[in-house]
Design a protein around this ligand. Structure first.
Ligand SMILES: Cc1cc2nc3c(=O)[nH]c(=O)nc-3n(C[C@H](O)[C@H](O)[C@H](O)COP(=O)(O)OP(=O)(O)OC[C@H]3O[C@@H](n4cnc5c(N)ncnc54)[C@H](O)[C@@H]3O)c2cc1C
Length: 383
């Protein structure tokens, strides 16, 4: 098992991107407070995304004929790693760049690619993921939202939930039922691209525990879609979604969600001087675990670059990565709590508060820990 996961290094030509990206980001995020940077891939800033697009850093792996960078998945790994390390507010273009654009390239028609991809690369078309519904989260095969054939295209009725940034995106790629009944499970599912400005769509943001509004409920009431809204083959939605999830689960964003907090804490220890043994042990433990996970994530990236579909390996990276992401705020809070004399800088206190509040969601978004562990057990032949 996992014999396909060869330990991989990032090639030098991809590493060459690191310095220019780091220089750009040093300037772009210099005035952003740490608790804002800690939001990173949840931080929405359309202008930042357009600026990044102007650098040619959205759609880095897409063909140049569609406005992309024509670079390797390793170059994108370097770019994403630097964006997350800096805590750049990447949410606006994040989903389009990570999964919608490669998905359209892989399953869409040439017309769809020519229409959507150049605007994605310029940071002008933002996408959201319409998979989850009330009662259909982990059990995604039970989706009830339905697209029915009409003489001109499709009529869409139903509801999605937890749709990240639906209220700020132009498009959703939605998993819908195009034939049969909910009991048919994976059969009869398809994917459609939905223009979120169409009549019959109501989007209601949901406020999270930290007071942010990023995910939404989305209602479809007799929405009329054109025939070319279908992406890929009718009835092939399940296979398509599964391939999309390998991209969604394996990236460095599943390791680095708490990295801005970690950096703030390390900066605090350095400034304070004479760190306790317990703090040094904790820092070493976190950094060594992160290093191993990074190698795993690079290797999964290598498998994706080789055209494989490392679904189980991606689940493994996400499960272990999110465990580390959740360990970091809890362990830092404990370490600081052990030092009653500590006068915490406000930036560190705010960042710790924010990351501690949202950390439980790290192992929910993109598929829950329990579901991923079920997949890993199946991959090991244990179920
Ligand atoms: C911050 C955030 C952003 C999100 N963004 C999006 C988005 O953009 N688009 C989108 O479509 N969805 C999004 N989601 C939804 C997310 O994918 C779902 O919350 C997740 O898949 C779980 O589904 P659920 O909430 O219905 O929980 P349920 O599926 O009801 O699960 C409840 C509990 O039961 C456990 N459980 C369920 N089934 C099993 C099983 N077979 N074996 C063992 N345990 C099981 C789960 O692990 C969980 O602990 C987002 C969620 C979060 C937190």
């Amino acid at each position: 098992m996992f014999d396909s996961l060869t330990l991989t290094r990032i090639p030098a030509e991809a590493e060459a991107l690191r310095a220019p990206v780091r220089a750009f980001l040093a300037d772009a995020v210099k005035d952003m407070p740490a608790d804002r940077r800690a939001r990173s891939w949840s931080g929405f800033d359309a202008q930042f995304s357009r600026d990044l697009g102007a650098q040619g850093w959205i759609g880095l792996t897409l063909p140049t004929e569609y406005g992309g960078g024509g670079k390797s998945l390793f170059a994108r790994f370097v770019l994403v790693e630097e964006l997350l390390r800096a805590g750049a507010p990447v949410a606006a273009h994040w989903i389009a760049d990570r999964q919608s654009a490669p998905h359209i390239l892989k399953f869409g028609t040439a017309e769809q690619a020519a229409f959507y991809l150049p605007r994605i690369c310029r940071g002008e078309a933002f996408f959201c993921i319409g998979m989850s519904e009330p009662g259909s989260g982990s059990d995604l095969a039970s989706v009830r939202t339905r697209a029915k054939r009409t003489p001109t295209g499709w009529q869409l009725d139903g509801q999605k939930i937890w749709t990240t940034n639906a209220h700020r995106s132009q498009y959703m790629i939605a998993l819908v039922r195009t034939s049969g009944e909910t009991g048919d499970r994976q059969k009869g599912l398809s994917q459609v691209i939905v223009d979120l400005s169409l009549p019959g769509i109501t989007i209601r943001p949901i406020t999270d525990v930290a007071g942010d509004s990023h995910f939404c409920e989305v209602f479809f009431d007799g929405v009329q879609l054109a025939a070319d809204a279908l992406i890929g083959a009718e009835g092939d939605g399940w296979n398509q979604v599964t391939s999309e999830l390998a991209f969604e689960r394996s990236g460095p964003e599943r390791i680095y969600s708490s990295v801005v907090l970690l950096d703030e804490w390390l900066a605090y220890l350095r400034a304070k001087g004479n760190p306790s043994d317990a703090s040094l042990v904790l820092a070493g433990r976190v950094l060594s675990t992160m290093t191993v996970l990074r190698s795993l994530s690079v290797s999964v990236n290598g498998a994706l670059a080789a055209g494989e579909s490392p679904v189980v390996e991606a689940a493994l990276v996400k499960d272990m990565g999110t465990s580390l992401e959740q360990f970091i705020p809890a362990a830092i809070a404990d370490a600081l709590g052990d030092d009653p004399e500590a006068a915490l800088p406000e930036a560190l206190a705010r960042t710790l508060r924010y990351v501690s509040q949202v950390a439980p969601s790290f192992s929910l978004r993109g598929g829950t820990r329990e579901v991923l562990r079920g997949m890993i057990a199946r991959g090991l032949g244990l179920r």
